[in-house]
Design a protein around this ligand. Structure first.
Ligand SMILES: Cc1ncc(C[n+]2csc(CCOP(=O)(O)OP(=O)(O)O)c2C)c(N)n1
Length: 319
């Protein structure tokens, strides 16, 4: 039920952002996580509070899955001073160090190196932390991926690489830019690897449990390739950006909607008798309240303070 509620919270938050973006009232661009909720949720539900994650430009789901506060995230995306980064970061920089969320990141592949550094720090301190690095199939083509696999294997860093293979890099299909199977790149280093159905939250949760145990034991890094699909555009406003251009068929999107991770998990909960429809409705109501509260909190907050622009630039001046 916890997995269900977390996935639903991510979905409903993203849907609200999509609506406000389409209405032209949300400031800035947002890259939504709809369709991929089972990956962040299945992984983060296996983590301890002290563990760290690094994220991507598509980072709202990772933030919420690791226990980030929905109000502070919504306010951040709306550029409000009550936002988790005082409204100075926006959608692509949601972060909360107190929850182990080292931050979303607009630079594709950057989270890989940040995770390596964080895992090295954890190893030096011997604090038992594991670092999870979420990244996309597109990011796996950045050179830094090889560098991080190499160093983390050599130094036995406590890190779990989670490649979310959502089939696209922006408007390009993965098979046009990505050779072979991504998991094979990790296999070459002889580390623990797994390929999972990223729309099956139980499978993700199970595979993560096994991988985290390896990483926490000091045996070195692990790698999971989660096969999933990006239901929304690369970013909201994609249609306007493409100006009539097209890179995928509606039938393809429909076929992946039929594999929706949340509906699938709901069916499983109902089928196994773990939950009744009434219980699922209660979760839905609680999640909608949380989303409405986040929106109300954000709207009631003052805009970010432009005076902070330079103050928050340097080390030692943390928000
Ligand atoms: C270093 C760098 N190169 C290019 C971009 C432009 N860009 C933003 S998202 C993206 C595609 C990323 O694809 P993937 O890693 O698969 O993540 P997804 O968007 O599918 O979640 C690109 C090329 C960027 N932000 N940073």
């Amino acid at each position: 039920m916890a997995l269900y509620e977390r996935m639903l919270l991510i979905r409903r938050m993203e849907e609200k952002l999509s609506i406000d973006s389409a209405a032209g009232v949300l400031p800035g661009a947002v890259h939504l996580y709809i369709g991929q909720e089972a990956v962040a949720t299945g992984v983060c539900m296996q983590l301890e509070a002290k563990d760290w994650i690094t994220s991507t430009h598509r980072g709202h789901g990772h933030y919420l899955a690791k226990g980030g506060d929905p109000n502070s995230m919504m306010a951040e995306i709306w550029g409000k001073r009550t936002g988790i980064c005082k409204g100075m970061g926006g959608s692509m920089h949601v972060a909360d160090l107190s929850k182990g969320i080292l931050g979303a990141n607009g630079i594709v592949g950057a989270g890989l190196a940040i995770a390596n550094g964080a895992a090295f720090g954890a190893q030096l301190r011997g604090d038992g932390r594991v670092v999870v690095c979420f990244f996309g199939d597109g990011a796996s083509n950045q050179g830094v991926f090889m560098e991080c696999l190499n160093v983390s294997t050599l130094w036995k860093l406590p890190i779990l690489f989670v490649c979310e293979h959502n089939q696209f890099s922006e408007f390009t299909r993965a098979e046009q830019v990505t050779a072979g199977q991504i998991v094979d790149r990790a296999r070459a280093f002889g580390i623990h690897t797994a390929v999972v159905d990223g729309n099956d939250v139980a499978a993700v949760w199970q595979a993560t449990g096994e991988a985290i145990a390896v990483a926490r034991s000091g045996a070195g890094p692990c790698f999971i390739e989660a096969q999933t699909y990006r239901i929304q555009g690369h970013m909201e406003f994609e249609k306007e950006l493409l100006a009539g251009g097209k890179y995928r068929e509606l039938e393809e999107i429909a076929s992946w909607r039929a594999r929706d991770p949340i509906e699938r998990w709901a069916r499983s909960l109902l089928g196994s008798g773990v939950a009744s429809q009434g219980k699922l409705d209660e979760v839905e109501a609680r999640v909608l309240r949380a989303v409405n509260d986040a929106v109300a909190f954000s709207h009631a907050s003052a805009p970010a303070d432009p005076e902070l622009v330079f103050d928050l630039m340097f080390a030692g001046q943390t928000p």
